[in-house]
Write a protein that binds this ligand. Structure first.
Ligand code: 5RP
Length: 226
């Protein structure tokens, strides 16, 4: 199978899992990216089985509405049954790098609310150690250069993702060569302490609860291990 077929296969597995978790009152959190798009398209076939969706980006919200799925604001959602989203990298602790699609802040907010965070990815995203994929950092525009200098002090090599404005009106720095030494949660917290950072794409303080990984041998289910 090529990568697109793997993404489709893992999205289909995630839909099957979602159907075991939801009822007609459920609000489903839905992420952003090409794997999430496959999930949206397949979940749409079951749109009468849940109440509404919360989306982590305007692009996903538009796609959901295009299928006739009700999309509500997070502030109107008392509870999110589960949140399904892709990743750019995932390690065996189910710590992730996310934000390749510039939606990391809303993604992190929805994971904070969701009862369960289900990550879906193809095998190219599976790594022993995070950091080969450049870490996306969302920054307040006027702070971009300051944040970049601070990230250099941490050993990173930040590159401004020019011509990209996030759904929150901010900018993205992609930080190369920033490998967590020791705890990823420490580095996630340290970067978030830099004034002007909105959030960064490490999802380690709250990793995924479950990862469905599409491989050439089939769908492998990973649970977080310490
Ligand atoms: C968007 C994300 C995506 O989940 C991540 O970039 C993976 O995307 P894809 O499924 O297209 O490979 O974090 O901000």
């Amino acid at each position: 199978m090529d990568q697109e077929q793997l993404k489709h296969a893992v999205a289909a597995a995630a839909v099957e899992y979602t159907l075991t978790k939801i009822d007609s009152d459920s609000i489903v959190g839905i992420g952003t990216g090409s794997t999430a798009n496959f999930f949206i398209d397949l979940l749409a076939e079951h749109k009468e089985k849940f109440q509404a969706a919360v989306a982590s980006s305007e692009a996903s919200a538009d796609r959901l509405r295009g299928h006739g799925i009700d999309v509500i604001e997070l502030n109107s959602a008392p509870e999110i049954t589960l949140y399904i989203d892709g990743a750019d990298e995932a390690n065996p602790r189910l710590e992730l790098i996310k934000g390749g699609g510039a939606a990391l802040t809303r993604e992190k907010i929805v994971t904070a609310v969701a009862d369960e965070f289900v990550c879906i990815a193809d095998e190219s995203k599976w790594v022993d150690y995070l950091g080969t994929f450049p870490l996306p950092v969302e920054v307040i525009p006027m702070a971009r250069s300051h944040v970049a200098r601070e990230l250099v002090k941490l050993g990173g090599d930040p590159v401004w993702r020019e011509n990209v404005i996030t759904d929150n009106g901010n900018q993205i720095l992609d930080v190369h060569h920033l490998y967590p030494v020791g705890s990823t949660t420490d580095l996630e917290e340290k970067i978030n302490q830099i004034t002007g950072v909105v959030t960064n794409g490490f999802f380690a303080c709250k990793p995924a609860d479950i990862l469905f990984l599409a491989t050439q041998q089939g769908i492998v289910t990973h649970h977080a291990v310490d």
